[in-house]
Design a protein around this ligand. Sequence first.
Ligand code: BES
Ligand code: MG
Ligand code: ZN
Length: 493
Amino acid sequence: MRIRAETTSPIKKRTSVLCAFCFEDANLAIGLDKLNKKIDQTISQSIKEMNGEKGKISIIHSHKEISSDRILIAGLGKKNKLTSDVIRDVTGIITKKIHELKIKEFSIIVPERIPIESDLVISSIVEGANLSLYEFDLFKKEKSANKEPDLMLLTSDKNAQKIIKNYITISDAVRFTRDVANLPPNECPPAKLGEIAKKIANQNKMKCIVFSKNEIKSKGLGGVVAVGQGSKNEPRFIILEYRNGSKEQKPILLVGKAVTFDTGGISLKPGEKMDEMKFDKCGGCTVLGVMKAISELKLSINVVAIIPSVENMPSGDAFRPGDIIKLFNGKTAEILNTDAEGRLILADGLAYGIKHYQPSSVMDFATLTGACIVALGTNVAGIVSNNTKLASKIKTASAKTSEEVWELPINDDYMDMVKSKVADIKNIGIGRAAGTITAAAFLANSVGNVPWVHFDIAGTAWIQPSTKNKSYNSHGATGFGVRLVVNYLMNQR
Ligand code: BES
Ligand code: MG
Ligand code: ZN
């Protein structure tokens, strides 16, 4: 979507639709008063009727009383409940309306003198507009014929153009993540993810290495080998290196689970909703989106991404409950449920990345446990960390992007829950107790003392029946985490 900034005053702006926000119980639209008597009256009448309720919209034709053809007033709800996410959401509602009306361009008066910093207001408007029109129509003959409208932001903020450019890049990366995550499993085996990673690496001057099945075996990535061995679609171990910081600076490591389809393997999942397990690659897709965004933003940092990718299938060659395998971290793992496969490939990704790149910190992303949905639902991701300082920075970024997270505890008692009688560790905990944390405890065996935050995005990576409706999300993958991590990385030097 094309978005630009302008300092033109609203009265003079020639546009198809001039949009302004207003609060509940207020009698004025923000930045839209004293236009001319007749139109002022019509606006205040219309505001009275819609009363500024969150997400409500009212459109008035200006009949040439002012330069714009129409005025659109959008309610933000109660002033004391305003957050940047309300602006993001309501902007999405406006944009969808404009698109539906087949209007080619519109303008939004950026609200000023409200209790949110100007750059966050602008970035939220950009994200709301650009994400709300996302649709996954790759496999449809009939695509939406309406072109995305152009948007003009009327603002006095001198940095507006720069902010717009950055947040178009970021929200385009979210759209890219959704596009990859939404691919059906027959069209997206691990090899395909490897190709996609190579493509974004070439476009943005990153180094990309993709290990084949044989290389994965010879490097000792035993978790990836075991989970991948049941499928005809061979596993891949994808590494992306982005280096634009100083040479001495240790990289930040990102690891993402990319199970292109999770049947559960020999511990087969029930049939109901099994199709949704095409989204079990979402952690890896989030990491790909982050790498695309930071390389396009040219951030002055060093980041390494690792995406272990497999298809978890039952077959005569599949790994089984009872197997004992050796992970890259040197530990043996007893397999008690082949459906707890994500932790096996992540354990290898984390250990490999830490050994070869000595990162200053590590973050991993995975649709790891159904237990996370039981604990937190589908609007909040679980995080588990060994470092309060890093976790607190993540929470700050999360508040900014409204991709909510909630920290769960980890300690030696949880570590004990994944100890095995016959191997060093086992791949499930004890019954259903603390399923999200025991999965993280399994991973902690690969991490040691490196500052680490684990994201369990099982509930937030795609739209589920209990997902709260947001105009900037649509059916399928959400791209959860991309905006959060990029915002965190933008504040790292
Ligand atoms: N990919 C699933 C987790 C999942 C399930 C995410 C449903 C989103 C929705 C993961 O591989 C898995 O199957 N985990 C098991 C672990 C259990 C066997 C310890 C689970 O959550 O049931
Ligand atoms: Mg599974
Ligand atoms: Zn899985």
